[in-house]
Design a protein around this ligand. Structure first.
Ligand SMILES: [Fe+2]
Length: 305
């Protein structure tokens, strides 16, 4: 039988895979052509500078292609709305599993990474169709679908801003986790934004800080992800929250999140409101340079032309 070797992100590597090679200098990781059996070696691979690992499917103990298929069902670019809907439905399962686990104190960055990778692939294949499907948000799916949409928009926008693949990927993961604090707030409050008391509004506005404090408890969460989670409601003129930072204190990745987050919120259709058209949302944001960096709004718009 012919050996089938595929190239996958190092974050998707699992025990039971047969590793042919790791795309990093030998000085970082020596072993080649071996069965991955120990957590220590898995961690060592994750710690290398490699982005990708070559895995031999035929020699692996686990079904590698089925695993990848489950995680990233949209293997071919698709602009067919029905296929896109099915693919987003699958990613929703991964995102829900990853975010619920994170909310419950068991963060698994692998699941978050898988969902983010799938989200970025989907928006890459057909941005308008992706947005059309994700703009519909039912009550119980809203936070998860919003996280998938923001993750995809952020990852794609990072790429359009010439960031490296590694940066864009981490920014996509940050998008997936940016609203994790909302999972710590009762649904009864989250789902009734039109009729909140001042006290309830105050609780909703605590979600960035809540999420940040929660994620900080896990040892492996990169600083960039923590910052985005805490500061994604900051805006350039200092009128945002929780810290009221001004433009020069707000880094590019945070600005990217703010722009994508607001864009998805404006274009989303919810049980209590209609979603705005893409062009209307973009021009509303463009007209508010005191809040959003215009260059980013323009780049975001370039995805949908
Ligand atoms: Fe938020």
């Amino acid at each position: 039988m012919l050996d089938l070797t595929i190239r996958i992100s190092k974050n998707v590597v699992r025990l039971g895979m047969y590793i042919e090679g790791i795309e990093c200098p030998v000085s970082e990781f020596k072993r080649r052509r071996f069965m991955l059996e120990s957590d220590a070696e898995l961690q060592a691979i994750r710690n290398t500078s490699a982005q990708f690992v070559l895995v031999n499917c035929s020699r692996s103990r686990i079904d590698v292609t089925a695993l990848l298929e489950r995680a990233n069902p949209l293997t071919k670019p698709s602009s067919n709305p029905a296929e896109m809907k099915a693919a987003i439905g699958e990613t929703l399962k991964t995102a829900r599993r990853g975010l619920d686990a994170a909310g419950a104190g068991e963060l698994n960055l692998d699941d978050i990474g898988l969902a983010a990778d799938a989200a970025i692939r989907m928006i890459d294949s057909a941005p308008d169709v992706f947005l059309e499907v994700t703009r519909l948000k039912t009550k119980d799916e809203a936070t998860y679908i919003h996280s998938i949409a923001v993750s995809a928009l952020m990852g794609k926008l990072a790429t359009l801003l010439d960031m490296s693949d590694a940066e864009a990927r981490m920014i996509g993961q940050a998008g997936m986790l940016h609203d994790v604090g909302k999972l710590l707030i009762p649904n009864a409050i989250l789902n009734n934004p039109g009729s909140l008391t001042l006290e309830e509004l105050k609780i909703v506005r605590e979600h960035p800080e809540l999420g940040y404090r929660h994620l900080r408890k896990f040892p492996d969460v990169p600083e960039l992800i923590l910052d985005i989670c805490r500061l994604h409601h900051e805006v350039l003129d200092g009128s945002g929250y929780p810290l009221g930072l001004k433009a020069d204190q707000i880094s590019l990745p945070i600005r990217i999140c703010t722009v994508c987050d607001v864009f998805d919120a404006l274009t989303s259709e919810r049980p209590y409101k209609k979603g705005w058209e893409t062009a209307k949302a973009l021009s509303w944001m463009f007209e508010r340079p005191q809040l959003f960096e215009r260059r980013l709004v323009i780049r975001l718009g370039s995805m949908f032309e």
